[in-house]
Design a protein around this ligand. Structure first.
Ligand code: ZN
Length: 141
């Protein structure tokens, strides 16, 4: 395990815009505020979602598209650099009216309403290609 001690920097609370992409709003906010490393949590509701499932054998992401409204029962993620841009790695648990859930790695979702808490760290995190998993993981820790 590689790790690095970090100091907490700024904290933010944000209300996401209705009708816009959940993850893109967080990335745009991070760019506007110059955030190079952060963790965030959120909750709210979305009108649709595209979840990526990473097949560990094939080492490929497979998208699953849901065109239905969900509660965002839980959202957690982090901000780091990927290919020269800020990337909000975002996972969600999305619930239906009957309480059943879908969950996973979020690609996109149209926000109905969203509340997010962001904790910035005074460091930078940069993703690098990892040979073992074929994923872009934090490098230089
Ligand atoms: Zn993920």
């Amino acid at each position: 395990m590689d790790y690095r001690q970090v100091e907490g920097a700024r904290e933010f609370v944000a209300r996401l815009d209705h009708g816009r992409d959940w993850r893109a709003q967080i990335e745009e906010f991070a760019a506007d505020e110059g955030i190079d490393a952060a963790f965030f949590v959120g909750l709210g509701a979305v009108q649709d979602a595209e979840i990526y499932f990473y097949d560990q054998d094939e080492q490929e992401y497979y998208p699953e598209r849901f065109d239905e409204p969900f509660e965002v029962a839980s959202c957690t993620g982090n901000v780091s650099w990927l290919d020269g841009e800020r990337f909000a790695h975002t996972h969600m648990v999305l619930s239906r009216e009957d309480g059943s859930c879908v969950a996973g790695h979020l690609n996109e979702a149209t926000t109905f309403a969203g509340e997010v808490y962001v904790r910035e760290f005074d460091t930078d995190l940069v993703r690098e290609h990892d040979e073992t998993t074929d994923l872009d993981l934090w490098g230089g820790l």
